[in-house]
Structures are given as structure tokens and as C-alpha cells.
Ligand binder design. Structure first.
Ligand SMILES: [Zn+2]
Length: 281
């Protein structure tokens, strides 16, 4: 899958060159940020998610190395294709490597500073090699950035599958103290705590938000195989001017459904003496 996304990225970038006569990897934002190359690395790595799902491949350092490695290889292939086309179009046929060197030193690089274009540098000479090194770093960086975003998806390492999001919700508390007061009521057992948090009334937003109101985002994830449950509580506090998310206030906990069931309170027998709960209609 990752090979496929790399191939599509190469074709996409070649199409841009063909249509606009400009190599998108020569685009730098904020002067030295190789933006075009970053996107190249990121796009090329997109296949890693479906690939990891199908092959049940864990999101770890090995996957990161595969993602960065294939992106770099794809970038080399891309450079060689462009150089080969230039070599073929040039009537003197200087050779692929010579064309590649010419491309890197004589091509126009577009620079932009923030939102303001600062134009083309024109021929950059030997500086082109530094820019080429930056482009390689950009491709690796783009790939790494996508890997980091994959790390955020909850993953069951024992079943080697990505967890599914089962429930989401947002809670609002008018003040920080109101949140602290609610937290004092929360049971300590993970599954009980999750049930408590998810049962709290939710609202879209506070009509009159307090000065230091608290926003709690709840996420319940479940492994589709072993059904292990994960709960994440992300706490954001308004400090007067903006919402901040102190890490020490966030919590995450897990439990197995069997743990929750075995400790479930057996309901009181209803409708009479004798225990077997005759139904009273
Ligand atoms: Zn699992």
C-alpha cells in the first residue's frame, strides 16, 4: 500500500511539472522550509495506514523506518525520472547525472515568506546542493509527521489492530471548582469511572461561560478483537484569554469488559419474596 501511495505521489508531482513547468519540490515556504518536499513525504506515506491495517503491522519504529525509507527512495526515483526526461529532451544528451546536477543548480526555486511570495531565486549554483539536502530532510520530515499522527490513533498491541472510537462527548463545567467537585465524586475503578463520566449531562456549549470554565472531551475506544476498553479524558481550562490543556489534568485508563461484568452489581430481586423475581404487572 505504501508503495502504491509513493507511486501516486511521484506521478502527481510529475503531472505538476508537466502542467505548470515547475517542480513543486522546489517550493520553499518561510524561506528555508522545504514545503513542497514535506508534502511529498507526507503524501507518499499515506498508504502506511491501510497497509498497517491489512498487514496488522504495529505502529512502531520499524514502520517509521519503512515510511521514511520508502519516501526517500521515491524521492530519488522522482529526481532520476525528471533528470532522465530532461536528458532525453536535451539534444546534446549530457547524461542523467549531469542533467540532475544541472537541475539542482540551475532550476528556479520559488521562495515564500509566510504569505508573501518573495519570488524566484533563479539559478542558485552550488547552493542548489544545500537546497537538495533540505529537500531530502523535508521528505523525511513529511513522512515522520504523518507517522507521528498515526501514533495518536489508539492501537491494541496484543491484537495488532487499531482501536475503534465507540463514544465521544464534551462536558462543560462553569468553573474550575465545579469540575474539581465533580471529580471528587468519580469512582476509582476504571469502568465505573468511565460509566460515570459518560452519564454526565452533555450540552453543546455554555450559554454564559464562566471566567475559568472547563471543557472535558471524552473518548471511549474499543479494540475490535479483545474488546479492551480505553477511555481518554482531555481537560481544557479557560485561563481568561484562551483554552489551555494542562497535561497533568488529562487522564487515560483501560479495562477489559470481563472486569466490568464480573463486578457488576446484581440487581435487587423485584416483585416479591423468594428471590426469583416474579414479575408484577
Ligand atoms: Zn485487542
Amino acid at each position: 500500500m505504501i508503495g502504491l501511495s509513493q507511486l501516486i505521489t511521484i506521478l502527481l508531482y510529475l503531472a505538476v511539472i508537466f502542467l505548470f513547468r515547475f517542480d513543486p519540490t522546489n517550493f520553499f515556504a518561510m524561506v528555508l522550509l522545504p514545503f513542497g518536499a514535506l508534502i511529498f513525504g507526507c503524501l507518499g506515506s499515506l498508504g502506511a495506514l491501510p497497509g498497517a491495517k491489512i498487514a496488522q503491522y504495529p505502529v512502531d519504529a520499524r514502520l517509521r523506518n519503512i515510511m521514511i525509507g520508502t519516501s526517500m527512495t521515491a524521492f530519488v526515483v522522482y529526481l532520476l525520472i525528471v533528470a532522465a526526461v530532461i536528458n532525453w529532451a536535451d539534444s546534446s544528451h549530457p547524461g542523467v547525472i549531469t542533467s540532475l546536477v544541472q537541475l539542482q543548480t540551475q532550476t528556479e526555486f520559488a521562495f515564500s515568506k509566510g504569505t508573501h511570495e518573495i519570488g524566484n531565486l533563479g539559478e542558485v549554483g552550488a547552493w542548489g546542493f544545500l537546497l537538495l539536502a533540505l529537500k531530502f530532510a523535508g521528505v523525511a520530515g513529511g513522512s515522520w509527521a504523518y507517522y507521528s499522527s498515526l501514533r495518536l490513533i489508539p492501537y491494541c498491541s496484543s491484537c495488532r489492530v487499531f482501536n475503534r472510537t465507540r463514544e465521544k462527548g464534551t462536558l462543560y463545567f462553569h468553573t474550575f471548582d465545579a469540575w474539581v467537585a465533580e471529580m471528587k465524586k468519580v469512582p476509582t475503578e476504571p469502568w465505573r469511572r468511565a460509566a460515570h463520566m459518560l452519564s454526565l449531562p452533555r450540552q453543546k456549549a455554555l450559554s454564559i461561560p464562566g471566567k475559568n470554565y472547563v471543557l472535558v472531551r471524552l473518548y471511549r475506544h474499543e479494540c475490535p478483537r479483545c474488546h479492551e476498553q480505553h477511555m481518554r479524558e482531555q481537560v481544557q481550562v479557560h485561563n481568561g484569554s484562551q483554552l489551555v490543556a494542562p497535561k497533568e489534568l488529562a487522564s487515560a485508563y483501560s479495562w477489559l469488559p470481563s472486569q466490568a461484568q464480573s463486578k457488576k452489581v446484581t440487581p435487587e430481586p423485584q416483585g416479591g419474596v423468594g428471590g426469583f423475581g416474579r414479575k408484577v404487572i
